[in-house]
Design a protein around this ligand. Sequence first.
Ligand SMILES: [Zn+2]
Length: 498
Amino acid sequence: MTDKTYDNYVKEMQRIADLGYATALLNWDKEVNMPSKGAGIRTRQVATLSGLAHERFTGDSFSSIIKELSGRKNDFPQQQKRNIELTAKRHDRATKFSTEFVERNSRAVSEAYMAWLKAREANDYSVFKNALGNLIEIRKEEAEIIGYENHPYEAHLDQFEPGGTVPHLDELFKDVKEQLVKFVKELREKEQVEFEFLHHHYDKDKQWDFGIEVLKLMHYDFDAGRQDLSPHPFTTNFAPTDVRVTTRIHEDNFGSMTWSCIHEGGHALYEQGLPLDQYGLPVGSAVSLGIHESQSRLWENNVGRSLPFWKAHYGLAQKYFPENLGSKTAEQFYKAINKVEPSLIRVESDELNYHFHILIRYEIEKGLMEGTYSVEGLDQVWNAKYKEYLGVEVPDDKRGILQDIHWAYGSIGYFPTYSLGSFYAAQFFRQAEKDIPGLVGQIEEGNTSNLLTWLRENIHRHGSLYSADELCKRITGESLNFKYFMEYAKKKYEGIYG
Ligand SMILES: [Zn+2]
């Protein structure tokens, strides 16, 4: 259907997207290539482009286009209607805040970030406490301005997981607390698997080449992407035809590069599979961070840490690293890469204990937003929860409450999407096994192309056409349910630990 106003809307959205992706390219370059002296001017360049995009998006001309289209959105077919709705929602959010609030917020964020750096240096939470408290007050104020259904936390969650609710998260994390905590405690009693050989010397160049081969095995399209090195691995995209990943290499750790490669590769496959004809429009982009994370976790854990995958590819790993892996079998390797052991640091966690790290952050964030926790004594709350859920003593703040940057950036509501990703991945993978006869056998033969086709068909090509919950119901017949993750965990880890 052609409609003059809608056509203008598309043109304007694509111009705004061009500015956004040019900004993303500058940011990618900052992480990957930029010489250190470039930082000052780069910050300015990024701010200018972001400002231009924001002005265009919130300016009178675009605002009146959105208003007009919203008024008659029901006259449009599904895809166009969805674009209008999602844009109107984003527009509403972007125009709700006074300049005074925006400036106060950005000051509070930069103060919190500086305080967090100092606190880490001093290894002392009390240095961060007041700046964090200030930021939490602003987040509470923000939640009231934005509005929410059940709980102020939802106003923030919605930015990352549109449609996500506190009752649903509470239900999922209740299962984590009741089922997973108990299961992992049982595993702790078992004899630990042998894993030291993963921490011998793994040559940097060989790791790099091996990582590229693994991405090719996953069908990551190198004509629509590239891999580079950066201290913190990430995926960035400028269109489905240009989706880039980065990795890091530690020579004393086989896993660091390998899992970041597969993880980011999973994110990138999603972006490469989004509908190009919807460039710059909501439907052309990912539906939520939880769904995005489901794609990285599915490849990383359900495929990349599975025995069938390594039955197919362990020979390749041995070819690259004969001195470390030559004398180990695929089964020994499989057990080693799935070692379960509680850790203090979230990003170093195994795939089960990981969810306790998220549970703790979720409980604290929610408590801060509703006022049942305050920043006063929050380090003690943190440490007590680590003791309760992971059974570890937190020795200091750096390895405790100060470890993540998210709060220092003012991000509340982001953490749960990591767990949602794993839970969605388990549910999707279970469905893929039903829909693709012999899927596990195919993976064992080194064939993941049917799996990718299934992901493309069911998830990638839809972009944001459906909400995360609608998508999950369409694919699996029900909303996200923790039981699939628990089934996956039990089957896998009972096999490994006996
Ligand atoms: Zn990720």
